[in-house]
Every structure is written in C-alpha cells, then in structure tokens.
Design a protein around this ligand. Structure first.
Ligand code: LLP
Length: 393
C-alpha cells in the first residue's frame, strides 16, 4: 500500500491462469474454445495473461475487441455477443475477422448481413437462443427467461437460421445460449443444453448443420462459502451429450472473481447509538456489487490490530448515498488506519467502477510469486475532467 496507495485492486496472475486452465483442460481432446468474458475484468494485463494461455474471448463492444487486440489476443478466437451491435462495431469485427457474431434478434441479423454485403464478406454467425430456463440467480443477472431482453425465442430461431442459410453474406457457424451469471447449480445449464440440443436436431432435419455450440458463461464462484459447480463434472456432462460438436464456453467470473481483492483503508470509526460504522476510503463507485445487487463480499483485516475495537461493523464509503456500503454487520476488530481486503472482487469490480462523486478510479496491481506490478495507474484529479470544456458563450 505504501507503493500503490489505497484503495486498490490486486489480482493474482497464477490464479487467473489456473482458473482458465481448469476449464480448458476439463475438455481433454474434445474440440473446444474457452472464451473469457472480457466484461468481467478487461485490464490489458489480465487479457494478455489469458491470451498467452491460448484463451479465446467473449466480447460485447468494439472497445472490448480493441482491448483484446491490444493485449495480444486473436480476433479469430473472439465471439461477439451483445444485443445491439452497431454498424461500426460490425464493420470492425469483420475487418479483423472475429470467430463468430452471436446474433440476438432478427433485426440484428439483418444489419450484420447488410454490413457484410457492403464490405463483400461472409459474416460468421450463431443465433443466441433464449431457452426459457430459470438460472435461479439474482434477477438482474438472469438472462435466459422469456421476460429477459436477451436472445431469440427458441421457437423462432429456426426461421432465422433458414434466412441465414439462404444468404450469400452469412455463414452459419453455431448455436449460442447464455442463461445468467453466478449460477451455483449445474441443473439449469443442463436444462438449457437439452433444449438447445433439441433445436440442433430440428435444424439437422432442415439440412442446417452447426459447427459449434456456445453454452455461454455463468459458472458461479464461492463468495460466502456456497457450494459451486464442479467444472469437470459440468464439462463431462456436456461432452457426453454433444457428439463431436465443438463447444465454446464464455466464463468470466469463474476465471477472475476469486483471483482478485479490493483493498481499502479504514478512515474513521463512528459509533452511533445502535450502529457501528467503519468509514473506508473505497466506495460504491469503486466496487458497485454490494450496493447494486446487495452482493456479499467477505471482508478480512489485513493488519489485524489487537487493540482494535471489536464490534459488528457496517463497512461504508465516503459517497453521499445511503446505499454506499461494501459490507454490513461484520464481526471485526478495527482501528482507524487499518487496511481491509474485500474478497472475491476480481470480477465486475473495476469494470463496473465509475467516477461518481468525482472520485478518480483506483489503481490495479498484478502479483505473481513474489513480484508485483502496477497494471493501471490511479487516475489523477486532472484525468477527471480532461475531456471536458467550458461552454463557449
Ligand atoms: N457471456 C455472456 C453473453 C454474458 O452476458 C456474460 C455475463 C458472460 C458470458 C459471463 O458471465 P459470467 O461467467 O461472468 O457469469 N455485473 C454482474 C454480472 C453480469 C453478467 C453479465 N453477463 C455481477 O457483478 O454479478
């Protein structure tokens, strides 16, 4: 902390590599591509570590695509997801040659065809179907139900595939689904797989053959001691049902979530009549998950001070919002000046951070063995308004 300051994100390179390899190796010789979901943590150094492992990438914007390329990733290992790809994004993705567009609506398919035609290329596509299964996760991160905006009704997908098959500028590659995030039970994944395989059969009957099945991301991690999915068992269950079809997975959280922590410093201890607050220098703009999803992150003291005050603390930030908390009711012994580690913060931590309350975004550090390195400088106050201009009268 003396070197990098506080607050701070710290990631373990070895953990990131190990987590990715766990997915990759689970497939053995079965054709597969593990496409890391960039949105979970898009720092160039993180992407570079994964690119060196041979990872593919699941991207949702041209910004993420450019990050992958800048980090040494291969465009032809990128699947392009997201509900509203713009013309510019499609053009760039075709130019660099992404592996596949995961298409989310009839209009989007039309747009991809039009752009492909304009640059005289064949766009590789896969239709993202909505299998209407309940992922049994937080409603904000459930995506595979009919009421969610994602994907195409599984019953309507066949018509789109027929359209794609008749197009000179579309090249059917696969079938895609993603049912949600932080899923800790394998059964919703297998229910979705059943539905997707039924569609593959229907497509085969129509003479439409797909080369890969993309089953999305969503594998949950242990935040507070919950049982999670056994990746080998999950992959074995997939392989046992798909013949020789190539499988693509898009894990994000499972690769980086538990490979990162958020470090914050206790500024003040404040004891009201029935509440104890530890006011820390990190806030909801740095780590939004607790405020936004009421998500639980374990909090551990870094420099446990035996003379600290033992209580049930609410760990809150300096932002002017009652919802600005990182954790509630934690039994900790704390002193002002202590550092705390907010655990499991490697996924959707920094990437969801903002400058709210004009707070510069924090630094990021990567460690491996005994080495540590800054992988993103802390923003300066000048950075905050560098793009702004006074209004000219
Ligand atoms: N593929 C697609 C199409 C996705 O939409 C997502 C996540 C993933 C893959 C990666 O899912 P994962 O393996 O990380 O669960 N901000 C929320 C999570 C939002 C997830 C959005 N989509 C959170 O902090 O919990």
């Amino acid at each position: 902390m003396a070197t990098y300051g506080s607050p701070l994100y710290v990631y373990s390179r070895t953990d990131i590599e190990d987590n990715w390899r766990q997915f990759d190796q689970a497939f053995g010789t079965h054709p597969h591509l593990v496409c890391y979901a960039v949105k979970a943590n898009s720092n160039l150094a993180v992407l570079n570590v994964l690119a060196k492992c041979g990872a593919g990438f699941d991207i949702v914007s041209v910004g993420e695509l450019e990050r992958v390329l800048a980090a040494g990733g291969n465009a032809n290992k990128c699947v392009f997801s997201g509900v509203a790809k713009t013309v510019i994004e499609i053009e760039r993705a075709l130019e660099v040659g992404v592996r596949c567009f995961n298409v989310e609506s009839a209009s989007e398919l039309q747009r991809i065809e039009t752009v492909a035609k304009s640059v005289n290329k064949k766009a590789p596509i896969s239709i993202r179907v909505n299998p209407n299964v309940d992922a049994k996760t937080h409603p904000y991160i459930s995506t595979g139900l009919k009421e969610n905006k994602f994907g195409i009704d599984i019953d309507e997908a066949i018509d789109l595939y027929k359209k794609a098959q008749n197009s000179e500028f579309l090249d059917i590659q696969g079938l895609d689904c993603h049912i949600g995030s932080q899923i800790t039970d394998v059964s919703p994944f297998l229910d979705a797989l059943d539905k997707v395989l039924a569609l593959v059969e229907q497509l085969n009957d129509q003479g439409i053959h797909i080369h890969h099945l993309d089953l999305g991301g969503g594998v949950g991690i242990d935040y507070e001691g919950e049982e999670t999915i056994d990746i080998q068992a999950y992959v074995d269950a997939i392989i046992s049902q798909v013949g020789k079809t190539e499988i693509i997975l898009e894990p994000g959280r499972a690769i980086v979530g538990n490979a990162g922590i958020f470090i914050t410093k206790v500024e003040f201890l404040k004891q009201n009549s029935d509440h104890e607050f530890a006011i820390v220098d990190g806030a909801m703009n740095d780590l939004l998950r607790p405020s936004f999803y009421n998500a639980y992150h374990n909090v551990l003291p870094i420099n446990q001070n035996p003379t600290g005050i033992t209580a049930q603390w609410d760990i809150v930030g300096p932002i002017c919002e009652t919802g600005d908390f990182l954790a509630k009711n934690r039994d900790l012994s704390l002193s002002e000046g202590d550092y705390l580690a907010v655990m499991s913060a490697g996924a959707y931590g920094f990437t969801m951070s903002s400058n709210y309350n004009s707070r510069p975004r924090v630094a990021e550090v990567m460690v491996s063995d005994t080495k540590h390195q800054c992988i993103r400088k802390r923003e300066t106050i000048q950075d905050l308004f560098a793009q702004e201009k006074l209004y000219g009268y």
